[in-house]
Design a protein around this ligand. Structure first.
Ligand SMILES: [Cu+2]
Length: 323
């Protein structure tokens, strides 16, 4: 009898210790992952398509092309709401490439005046496109409904994924002057320009006749670029003229490293992270281009100036996507 009681006590004590250990483990996981609330409004509105103020009837997330930068940490729960403004003429939807969900449920279209709420856990680190998937999808994307979600790795920076001095988001897309003809867009007919973050030659002072500001860094700094190919039909040959991609992280995942690339091919809808380190001790410029000439000369040229006078705020905080 006494022996049995001792055995029972021993069992309940080990069970108790095990339960405490489990609680501590679960709690420490819960503390790490956050819930990040993201609300976007689908807004059909006119926007500037170049640095001279040429207007374009766009469809947007939040009133600008591209939509807002969403930035979370690996493991975070994204709590997302899409509100389709009742003044809009079209249904819209949200397709996050960082989500593992149901295309017929979470990504379904939302009528004007309605909203849609869903959640997903951002379990893959890297960079991902998001876009509207409502029909005709080619038209909704070229009209401006796309953006980037950055999922920072939970391990943080490391030797393989060093802390950059500056970060920039560059999102390339195709511009069709007659964006009312959805089937022409599908067939790539009438593509007149390339947009970088919503504008033709957005950060190219030379081609924008002095109206543009180049991206900035200081000599010798590591500049990290989060790039998205939001074209509907054209791959991108991403090349930094007068430089080399010191590293390329496919899909932005720190585990997918390629070293010393002059040009990296970026598929339609693909996102990736590239690092460039300029020579120290002198001022230099890079022209980050889609080396596919029909895209470069349509607007896909971005100047990065590496100078001691670089604005210390550029490429940091909300200046990673200069509007
Ligand atoms: Cu849409």
């Amino acid at each position: 009898m006494g022996k049995k009681q001792n055995y029972m006590n021993y069992r309940s004590i080990t069970g108790f210790i095990f339960a405490i250990a489990l609680c501590i483990t679960l709690n420490s996981q819960a503390v790490e992952a956050k819930t990040v609330k993201v609300t976007m409004h689908a807004i059909e509105t006119a926007v500037d398509i170049d640095n001279s103020g040429t207007k374009y009837d766009a469809w947007t997330f939040g009133g600008a092309i591209p939509g807002p930068v969403v930035r979370v940490k690996e493991g975070d729960l994204v709590d997302f709401t899409l509100i389709n403004d009742k003044k809009n003429g079209n249904s819209h939807s949200m397709d996050f490439h960082a989500a593992n969900v149901d295309v017929l449920d979470e990504f379904s279209p939302v009528k004007p005046g309605d909203s849609k709420h869903f959640k997903f856990q951002a379990n893959s680190p890297g960079v991902f496109m998001y876009h509207c998937g409502a029909a005709n999808m080619a038209q909704h994307i070229t009209k401006g409904m796309f953006g980037i979600i950055i999922v920072d790795p939970k391990e943080g920076y490391s030797k393989a994924y060093p802390k950059p001095d500056r970060e920039y988001v560059l999102i390339q897309s195709q511009y069709f002057k007659d964006s009312g003809d959805a089937m022409a867009i599908v067939n790539n007919v009438g593509w007149t320009n390339s947009l970088i973050n919503g504008k033709i030659f957005h950060y190219d002072p030379l081609h924008s006749k002095g109206l543009a500001n180049a991206l900035e860094s200081k000599p010798g700094e590591r500049v990290r670029i989060f790039f998205v190919n939001a074209n509907v039909n054209e791959p991108v040959a991403l090349h930094p003229i007068a430089g080399i991609w010191e590293r390329v992280y496919l899909n932005g995942n720190p585990k997918n490293i390629i070293h010393g690339m002059a040009t990296i091919n970026v598929a339609v809808s693909e996102a990736l992270t590239v690092d460039i380190v300029s020579p120290s001790g002198r001022t230099t410029n890079n022209a980050i281009v889609d080396h596919t000439m029909k895209a470069a000369l349509r607007g896909a040229i971005t100047v990065l100036t590496n100078s001691p006078d670089a604005d210390p705020k550029m490429g940091k905080g909300d200046k990673i996507l200069p509007r």
